[in-house]
Write a protein that binds this ligand. Structure first.
Ligand SMILES: [Cu+2]
Length: 242
């Protein structure tokens, strides 16, 4: 039989274990959107581009790379540069030359860690960012089919990049707000819908937001309707949107 002292110590160790476990369940992972000119991968990348995250973990995408226009858009392994039906989407966030302070952030919460999550940037200018390697994975196998490298190779062979506008709510991960704050000069194009958007309701029909930010993304009618409702809601909450 254990002495009371050893029993107490065991209990303390068990408690510490539980605390560590709870903390592991609620990670915060910082991902830089866009890189710098002079680094490997250049300005078309997510950093880190591949990581694991348990349910409840928050992925904070920070638009802190070289100024430009980027999105975080969910796709599928076999179709890496096409917005996935009912996938998450940040919309395009344009950071003007010279950058802004503070950098806009987008928080994505993992809701299903049992399947890999794949995402890409749908910006086309000056060349499709997806094919240039601006892709990422969450909870993907470390090697072989479905791994980050497998997904990246698929993306690099893709000439086209879909421009459909998705939603804050995706498959296996969801956001509760659009990217923000948007300091003077930072602009959100193709505002994501509040609720899931299926491919049949217009995904893939919009045009790209230009690097200069002069054109807006024109989605299918249902998506546009959803976006307007959301923009109204967001505006009423004091969030500046274009
Ligand atoms: Cu990009």
């Amino acid at each position: 039989m254990k002495s009371p002292k050893i029993a107490m110590r065991s209990l303390a160790v068990a408690c510490l274990g539980i605390v560590a476990f709870v903390q592991a369940q609620n990670q915060t992972i910082q991902v830089q959107v866009g890189g710098t000119e002079n680094e490997s991968g250049g300005i078309f990348q997510f950093k880190p581009s591949s990581f694991n995250a348990t349910n409840g973990s928050v992925i904070t995408f920070e638009f802190s790379g070289n100024p430009g226009n980027h999105s975080i858009t969910q796709s599928a392994l076999s179709n890496p540069c096409q917005p996935m039906s009912e996938g998450f989407d940040s919309g395009w966030v344009l950071i003007p030359t010279g950058g802004v302070t503070p950098n806009p952030l987008w928080n994505l919460t993992i809701t299903d860690d049992s399947n890999p999550i794949y995402f890409f940037c749908k910006q086309l200018i000056p060349s499709p960012h997806c094919a240039a390697g601006m892709v990422g994975t969450v909870n993907a196998p470390s090697s072989g089919t479905g791994s980050f490298n497998d997904f990246l190779n698929n993306a690099k062979q893709t000439k086209d990049s879909g421009q459909g506008v998705g939603a804050l709510v995706g498959q296996g991960a969801s956001a509760s707000a659009v990217p923000g704050p948007l300091p003077n000069g930072a602009t959100l194009f193709g505002t994501p819908a509040a609720t899931a958007v299926s491919a049949s309701s217009g995904s893939g029909t919009s045009s790209a937001a230009s690097a200069g930010g002069t054109s807006s993304a024109n989605a299918g009618s249902k998506i546009q309707y959803d976006s307007r409702i959301f923009a109204l809601l967001a505006a009423s909450m004091g969030i500046a949107l274009m």
